[in-house]
Design a protein around this ligand. Structure first.
Ligand code: NDP
Length: 463
């Protein structure tokens, strides 16, 4: 065996280098370590990435606060000794302290597990520096036959004058109070979720959407009901709105100018929820011959392999599958099962991915919308709906409604889509997503005895 070169001697050799310690990167590191691989994880920021620090986890905490607030309002209606309008003070900074304590607990559990599994964590930025090589800002050089890229994505602002005056979701999580008036720009997941939270916690929220509806991914009928519920909660929705520029007025408030020249002023905050960009601009892709597409996404095949041998990508940086934490985790685990676990066929199945928009009430969806089913299956599509007022809403004389919808195809009425807008939809969907993936039919649902009285029973009773 020849002696290592001077350059090689300075290299830290491992079996796998992971760039990015978010959901996808951590999942890859842990799974590879389970298979006995030596792993180096390079992450300059907080462990857990967007999901744990400025995404799913703090968002769900804020959603829970908003949900509790709404329930206090209903309790006031239902005889509890509270102010009749249900308005009780919310100590936002206190809640944030609790939220961050919870998040620090997640960081601690990651650190313990990384230590236990012998994973080398480099708290610095790393970039590809050639085949099988990563160079870190702290001078460390890493070498490995396998590299997983999992550098995630960042909220993007539109390219308009004054865009820097607006906030993005990362900023929202640092706020310590509900701004009195908020303009939300965008109609996707983040806009819908943060609009609902802010409105419930005391802001007046106006949502400006360039499309004619919220949530282009959602079923149109379900989204229509969500829009109606939001309007009743006081959220103002304006569709077909094209934002041209943002200004700060003399009173410190923000003003929107639309393409048609009209002005909307008096906003304390403008929040851009206008999509996210993959973090692929500064990770040395050119050194291994990878060219991202126009959106910045890294091209990968069904096995998460990039065009560069030994380099793989998972999560928000590759355009395959929806940009969701569990999708990134599933892709990373299957990749490592294939590379190190003797499972040559393991790969992500990005079909029928269930997801939940944490709106008020939550919207849970899996499979095809009615429009998608009709585009694929023509007239052989059969729709079953249940529009109802859940018991708590009815008791409190609220007009908020739930809408559940089944999309079936063929004579056997195979279920290809399930869309649930309503209380607890986030918890109800998971089990039905398993059933849908197994190819169940409407008869299978009808054969199942309902659990009464619940909202979930509507799914097995729809005719
Ligand atoms: P989305 O892609 O869901 O929505 C972006 C919205 O912004 C769309 O309404 C889009 O309009 C609009 N938009 C884009 N550019 C502009 C612009 N220049 N001017 C005005 N409007 C614009 O992105 P989000 O930022 O809401 O979320 C990013 C991703 O994060 C989601 O797609 C989802 O994958 C993930 N996520 C998941 C959550 C969950 O699972 N609960 C929660 C939050 C995020 P148009 O439709 O016309 O393009």
């Amino acid at each position: 065996m020849s002696a290592p070169s001077a350059e090689d001697a300075a290299l830290l050799h491992v079996d796998l280098i992971v760039l990015g310690g978010g959901s996808g990167g951590l999942a890859a590191a842990f799974r590879a370590a389970e298979y006995g691989q030596r792993v180096a994880l390079v992450e300059p920021g907080a462990l857990g990435g967007t999901c744990v620090n400025v995404g799913c986890v703090p968002k769900k905490a804020m959603w829970l606060a908003a949900d509790i607030g709404a329930r206090i309002g209903q309790a006031a209606q239902l005889g509890f000794d509270l102010p009749r309008d249900g308005r009780v003070a919310f100590d936002w900074p206190k809640f944030i302290t609790d939220r961050q304590r919870y998040i620090h607990g997640i960081h601690d559990s990651y650190r313990k597990r990384l230590d236990r599994d012998g994973i080398v964590v480099l708290p610095t930025r790393g970039r590809l520096s050639g085949p099988g090589r990563v160079l870190c800002d702290d001078g460390t050089c890493l070498a490995a036959p396998h590299i997983v890229l999992a550098t995630g994505s960042t909220p993007q602002r539109p390219a308009i004058p004054g865009a820097a005056l607006g906030a993005v979701s990362d900023d929202f999580f640092a706020w310590c109070e509900a701004p009195p008036r908020v303009a939300m720009i965008g109609g996707g997941y983040i806009a819908v979720e943060l609009a609902g939270v802010l409105q419930a916690l005391g802001s007046q929220v106006d949502v400006y959407v360039r499309d004619q509806r919220l949530l282009r991914q959602g079923d149109a009928e379900i989204v229509e009901q969500l829009q109606e519920n939001y309007r009743q909660q006081g959220v103002a929705l304006e569709f077909g709105y094209a934002l041209k520029a943002l200004y700060r007025d003399g009173d410190g408030r923000l003003r929107l100018e639309a393409e048609d020249g009209s002005m909307r002023d008096g906003y304390d905050q403008v929040l851009f929820a206008t999509g996210r960009r993959p973090n692929t601009g500064d990770i040395g892709l050119d050194t291994v011959g990878i060219t991202p597409d126009a959106n910045g996404d890294i091209p990968v095949d069904a096995w998460q392999a990039t065009p560069a041998p030994g380099v793989y990508a998972v999560g928000d940086i590759c355009g395959c599958g929806p940009a969701l934490t569990p999708v990134a985790i599933a892709a990373a685990r299957r990749l490592c099962d294939r590379l190190f676990g003797g499972k040559p066929d393991a790969k992500l199945d990005a079909g029928n991915v269930p997801s939940v928009v944490f709106s008020h009430p939550p919207l849970a969806m899996v499979g095809l919308t009615e429009a998608e089913a009709r585009a694929q299956h023509g007239d052989d599509v059969h729709i079953y709906c249940s529009n109802f007022r859940p018991m708590r809403e009815a008791l409190a004389e609220s007009t908020q409604r739930s809408l559940f919808k089944l999309v079936c195809i063929g004579d056997e009425r195979r279920v290809v889509g399930l869309h649930l807008l309503g209380d607890a939809a986030d918890e109800i969907l998971q089990g039905f997503a398993v059933a849908l993936k197994r190819g169940i039919t409407l008869d299978d649902l009808h054969d199942t005895i309902a659990i009464h009285p619940t909202s979930a029973e509507e799914v097995v009773l729809m005719r």
